[in-house]
Design a protein around this ligand. Structure first.
Ligand code: SAM
Length: 185
């Protein structure tokens, strides 16, 4: 009985610590490490596939990869792609690293601020970020090569024109935006 009580207490304490750590890092990230809903993720990938080739050896980035779920889905869809995730929050980063470990060098997770990353050679950029972060990222997106694709879940890149938009109906309507470099206005 004492052991069970000890395990339960340790589990609760760890959960509290985890929540506090995520909240603390939310100050920089502006958003909690909440994963995109599975059905929204599926629709985003389906939409991205209309504008890309699943068999191409793309370089793909998840800007703010959270717990790594999107990276794994991207790796399943784009079998020859190299996928990199950037995450600022330590626990989601550790979890994503663990989750993607079996994928080898094809899927990498970095604990790094996305504003310090060089993404200029990437072909596909996936993000589910705060609108203010997307606004600040615009100069970074400007460095992308022509033809690079940006998939943004929930929020648009301010003042940019998407080449495609899909609204995923549910309790709340969640839009997905696709941008192509050089096709923006
Ligand atoms: C809403 S979650 C999305 C997680 C995952 N990409 C998905 O779609 O399921 C956004 C993530 O971006 C991370 N993030 C936000 N700003 C960041 C930054 N400047 N550098 C690195 N990670 C950041 C947050 O910590 C959070 O885990």
């Amino acid at each position: 009985m004492l052991i069970i009580e000890f395990i339960c207490s340790a589990f609760i304490l760890f959960a509290i610590y985890l929540a506090c750590s995520c909240l603390w890092h939310e100050r920089k990230a502006r958003v909690p490490p909440v994963p995109v809903l599975p059905h929204v993720k599926r629709r985003a990938l389906k939409l991205a596939l209309k504008h890309t080739d699943a068999s191409a050896p793309y370089k793909i980035i998840d800007l703010g990869c959270g717990w790594g779920g999107v990276m794994l889905s991207l790796a399943r869809v784009y079998k020859k792609a190299t996928i990199t995730g950037y995450e600022i929050s330590p626990w989601p980063y550790r979890f994503a690293k663990l989750r993607t470990a079996l994928k080898g060098k094809r899927v990498r997770v970095r604990r790094q601020n996305i504003f310090d990353a060089d993404i200029s050679d990437q072909d596909i950029i996936y993000c589910y970020l705060h609108p203010e972060t997307l606004k600040e990222l615009r100069p970074v997106f400007e460095t992308l090569k022509p033809g690079a694709l940006i998939i943004s879940c929930s929020f648009p890149i301010p003042e940019w024109t998407a080449i495609a938009r899909e609204d995923v109906a549910g309790v709340v309507n969640i839009p997905i935006f696709i941008y192509k470099i050089n096709e923006k206005k």
